[in-house]
Design a protein around this ligand. Structure first.
Ligand code: BGC
Length: 500
């Protein structure tokens, strides 16, 4: 008789619900499972596919740096290096009540931010979940929804004496609109959507000025607000993190999407020479680095699973760097490896695996859970596979899944280090060192992600890589957006580059 063991425990699911598990494990018993030896053999193959050597990383950094320079030199490059018209750092004295609307990859957030000066602020916010239909329907409808939510929010706060929000007749509140998709900007309150990313596909929006579309929706709902600035989440993160910690020079988002922003000297942005802005002025650049190596696929080490993710996405060829790193894709990469081994008859022979065959069912949050499973039996992984995919696993298989998650997560972090290193080397920040404000679900929730980024920076730069330190950023899409709206109001009132 096969020996079966019992395991029990609980796991917290991505939805926040705690699930109790009481499971028997049948090691190499009733079902024809893969043995420890075969799993170890397979793992070796994936190790060589997903591992990035320091030498390879340095080659990526060099190519990345050249790409950043090209984007600053010429318009319409693959990595567009977008001038944001956010001039320099906040001085910490920005004050007042400002609104922020943040249209992210998963949620819509409406915030009232009270800036109190000296790096202090208060924030009140409401979140709304976006449906898949809203992401794909007509763009104007999506902006109408944003305006409708903002209206409810503003009315609730105006009616509530304690909220402190008051308006004089005819007064309009400045609004920062955080729209985290690549938009080329001619002014701070303008932005033409270059392309949707992160699985969005709302019609009649690409190529349009989304600030103008949102203004139309705001007028429709008769809102007492003025859209002062259109902001990317990375730019907001850069400014908000610097507001509270002035050593911050770079900001990165590792969430559903992946991107970075940093402060550049206007003299180093040849493509905006014609605007007559002082060469010594500083301006934040939204890199849109998720597009690095798109279309050409010359520099990044793509496996066949990455190619499948790309080709079956709604934007084949695009966001090549993002597709190897961001939370939207990591779970899918793991799922594709598992499916290959199912097809080869290595995994789950004799079990019904249809639940695993659905694209994107394996959320990246599962990889985080797998990597953080503290039990010897890997009970969390048992729970995931039995509860969500109705398949039984052996310990050898679970160890293999965990090792695979680690390879995929580690590769993402090391590639992220390459992007950061490219900006650091371009801006010559290595000697003096700098802080990198980082935000997003991967950075905040994936166990060991930050450590792996730091380890990658040391592999690239040697010991000096320790001078570059990431830290959890302030809420860029809310607070950052509000600070930028306040900075813009002050700048324009002072007549400084008032036309942009
Ligand atoms: C978008 C960027 C954004 C990033 C993080 C990417 O898909 O193109 O604009 O900053 O996601 O949210």
């Amino acid at each position: 008789m096969p020996v079966s063991r019992r395991g029990s425990g609980s796991i917290v699911l991505p939805s926040g619900v705690t699930m109790a598990i009481h499971t028997r494990t049948h090691d190499e018993e009733d079902l024809p499972h893969a043995t420890k030896k075969t799993m170890a053999d397979h793992l070796r193959k994936y190790e060589s596919l997903f591992t990035l050597t320091p030498q390879r990383m340095r080659m990526i950094v060099d190519a990345f740096r050249e790409t950043l320079e090209l984007g600053l030199a010429k318009p319409k490059q693959t990595v567009p290096m977008i001038p944001t018209f956010v001039f320099g750092w906040p001085n910490g004295q920005e004050v007042g009540d400002l609104l922020a609307v943040d249209l992210g990859g998963t949620n819509l957030r409406v915030c009232l931010v009270t800036l109190q000066g000296e790096g202090k602020f208060e924030i009140t916010q409401t979140k709304y979940r976006l449906t898949e239909e809203q992401k794909q329907e007509d763009g104007q409808k999506l902006f109408d929804f944003c305006a409708e939510c903002l209206k409810t929010f503003v009315e609730t706060h105006l009616a509530d004496e304690a909220s402190g929000l008051k308006l004089q007749p005819g007064e309009k509140l400045p609004l920062g609109f955080t729209f985290s998709y690549p938009c080329s900007q001619e002014r701070i309150d303008h932005g033409e959507l270059i392309r949707w990313t992160k699985g969005f596909g709302a019609a009649n929006t690409e190529g349009q000025d989304v600030a103008e579309m949102f203004r139309k929706s705001l007028a429709k709902y008769d809102l007492p607000v003025e859209l002062t600035a259109l902001i990317n989440d990375t730019t907001g993160t850069l400014i908000a993190s610097h507001y509270v910690n002035p050593k911050t020079k770079i900001a990165v988002i590792f969430g559903t999407g992946c991107n970075a922003a940093y402060m550049e000297n206007v003299g180093a942005i040849p493509k905006i020479k014609n605007l007559g802005i002082d060469d010594d002025a500083s301006m934040a650049i939204n890199c849109e680095w998720g597009a690095f190596d798109s279309f050409e696929h010359e520099h990044l080490p793509r496996t066949k699973y990455d190619v499948i993710v790309d080709e079956s996405s709604n934007k084949p060829g695009e966001q090549a760097f993002e597709k190897l790193i961001s939370g939207r894709y990591l779970g899918e990469i793991l799922r594709l490896v598992i499916c290959e081994l199912i097809d080869e008859g290595v995994l789950f022979l004799g079990q019904n695996t249809y639940k695993l065959e659905v694209p994107y069912v394996l959320d990246t949050a599962f990889l985080s859970l797998m990597e953080s499973d503290p039990t010897d039996e890997l009970l969390m992984i048992i729970g995931i596979f039995t509860h969500f995919f109705a398949v039984e696993t052996t310990l050898a298989e679970r160890q293999f899944f965990r090792a695979l998650a680690k390879l995929i997560g580690r590769r993402a972090a090391r590639l992220s280090a390459c992007g950061i290193a490219a900006i650091v080397s371009k801006m010559d920040y290595l000697e003096e060192g700098c802080l990198v404000g980082a935000d997003g679900s991967l950075y905040n929730k994936y166990p060991g992600f930050a450590d792996r980024v730091h380890e990658g920076l040391v592999d690239i730069f040697g010991d000096k890589g320790r001078n570059i330190v990431t830290h959890h950023a302030e809420d860029g899409s809310g607070v950052g957006s509000a600070i930028i709206a306040a900075m813009t109001k002050t700048r324009k009132a002072a007549g400084l580059y008032a036309n942009v």
